[in-house]
Design a binder for this molecule. Structure first.
Ligand code: 4NP
Length: 161
C-alpha cells in the first residue's frame, strides 16, 4: 500500500480538496485499494472541523467524495506516510522543521513540483478569496495529482500491473 498525506495550513481548504481530487484520479486510474490518502494541517486552527463550505462546493460540482475532519500534522505522520505533499513553501518548511534529524527529508514534496503547466511553487491559499480562488485551486490540483500518479506508477514497483 502506498500512503500519501496532503498538508496545508488549516486542513479545511486545499489539503482536503487535494485528498478528494487525488482519490478520484486514483479510482479513474484503476489503482483503488493500492493507494491510501489522508490530509492534515500544520496549524491547530481547525482541528475537528469539517472542510470549508467552498471546498465542499467544489466536491459537489466535480462529483468527488470527501469525508474529513480537520487534524494537525504530527511527527508520527513521517512514519505513517510514504509521501508528504505540502501545498506551499510555508507548509513545506513547517513540515521539515518537525522532521527528526535521524530521518531523511526525501518523502516531503511540494505539490506543484508536479504541475507541468506553471512554474509557480505554491498552491495559493484560497481562504480569503471568493469561489474563483477555490476553482483555481481545483484546476491546479487536478493537473498536479494526475502527474503525481504518473510519477508513482513509474517509481513504485508495487503499483505496476
Ligand atoms: P488551508 O486554508 O490551509 O488551505 O486549509 C486556510 C484555512 C484557514 C486559515 C488559513 C488558511 N486560517 O487562517 O484560519
Amino acid at each position: 500500500m502506498v500512503r500519501v498525506l496532503f498538508v496545508c495550513l488549516g486542513n479545511i481548504c486545499r489539503s482536503p480538496m487535494a485528498e478528494a481530487v487525488f482519490n478520484s484520479s486514483v479510482e479513474k486510474t484503476g489503482l483503488s485499494g493500492l493507494i491510501d490518502s489522508d490530509s492534515a494541517g500544520t496549524s491547530d486552527y481547525h482541528i475537528g472541523e469539517p472542510p470549508d463550505s467552498r471546498t465542499m462546493d467544489i466536491v459537489r460540482k466535480y462529483q468527488l467524495k470527501l469525508d474529513h475532519q480537520g487534524r494537525q500534522f504530527t511527527t508520527n505522520d513521517f512514519d505513517k506516510f510514504d509521501y508528504i505533499m505540502a501545498m506551499d513553501q510555508n507548509n513545506l518548511s513547517n513540515i521539515k522543521r518537525l522532521l527528526p534529524s535521524s530521518m531523511p527529508d526525501d518523502k516531503v514534496f511540494l505539490m506543484r513540483d508536479f504541475d507541468n503547466k506553471d512554474d509557480t511553487k505554491d498552491v495559493p491559499d484560497p481562504y480569503w478569496s471568493e469561489a474563483d480562488g477555490f476553482e483555481e485551486v481545483y484546476q491546479i490540483l487536478l493537473r498536479s495529482c494526475q502527474n503525481f500518479i504518473d510519477f508513482l506508477k513509474k517509481n513504485r514497483a508495487d503499483l505496476s500491473a
